[in-house]
Design a protein around this ligand. Sequence first.
Ligand SMILES: [Zn+2]
Ligand SMILES: [Zn+2]
Length: 363
Amino acid sequence: LKEPRHPLIAEIKPLTDEQATAVETVRVAMKDPSDPSPVFLLKGVTGSGKTEVYLELARDVLAQGKGVLFLVPEIALTHQLVSRVERGLGEKVAEWHSGLSDGKRRDVSAYLRSGKLRVVIGARSALFAPVQNLGLIIVDEEHDATFKQEDRVRYQARDLSVVRAKLEKVPLILGSATPSLESLERVREGKYRFIELKNRFSKQGLPELEMISLREEPLVEGIQAMITERTRERIQETLDRGEQVLVFLNRRGYAPFLLCEACGQVDECPNCSISLTFHIHPRSIKCHLCGYRADPPEECSKCHSIEIHPKGAGTESLEDDLPKLFAGVTIDRLDRDSVTSQKRLDEILTAFRDGRTQLLTGT
Ligand SMILES: [Zn+2]
Ligand SMILES: [Zn+2]
């Protein structure tokens, strides 16, 4: 780790009226000695500029000589976000995530303890980063499920951030476009204060959307997945620009069911009466509801025909199909079947973050 150099010059964007009101609400509450650790739920649609609000408040806190902890979901922790925060604050920030080597973590910790770095931006594990003289905690995408650490010690980083805020007597801001029910309930109980950004302040922050109908557009032939020619072109254009692509399909497995071509039979789960999903790795038929699992049948259970074929597509078949369409592209898959451990999850996310994975598919 290079010695952090200060200062950069903070790039301060003018706030909209709505953002300024949100900032003012927090500032007023921060001066109230009767509640040293107020919790705010900041609701704002994508593109409403929550980050500008975070940055403005973080600049206040830094100006008082205090530190800031900024938590985001693992997948949102990108170099783009880090450099945006660095530019917005005018100083180097420490990046903290589970992929950090022990050596690097030690270096970062030392810089934090000495006060050379005062801001941590990180995933859930960053909650325990040794920021000195902490002045503010921000949890962005507070509703996100990846804030729940599933392995080893179970903890909810959002709830623990409330605990750390109380202990250190600092304000906490929970931000989201779609707040969790738990947080909304705290607002209703009067424990959290509610701030809402209703307007999108720039079109720039919004992705361009294009709807492509599977019924009306020609499909790519010879593959299991339903991908239109136009979708294939859009993906290719993106890859050609050297950018990365995420392909979502809300269905795990190879195909949602096996169909007997002779009699139309589809095998169902003996417990749940829903169709059994066909998986290739390992070869099986599974119920996604109760976990029932069996070997795929050799013949139809009803008419004994051997003409039984997978129908439809899932993330497994997509992973098989995509290399046929985009030769030489590095493809990875992120779903419950491919993520067998925390380590594997970190590997997949790190490879994507570093740009080694060009195309990531998953649920
Ligand atoms: Zn049959
Ligand atoms: Zn079942």
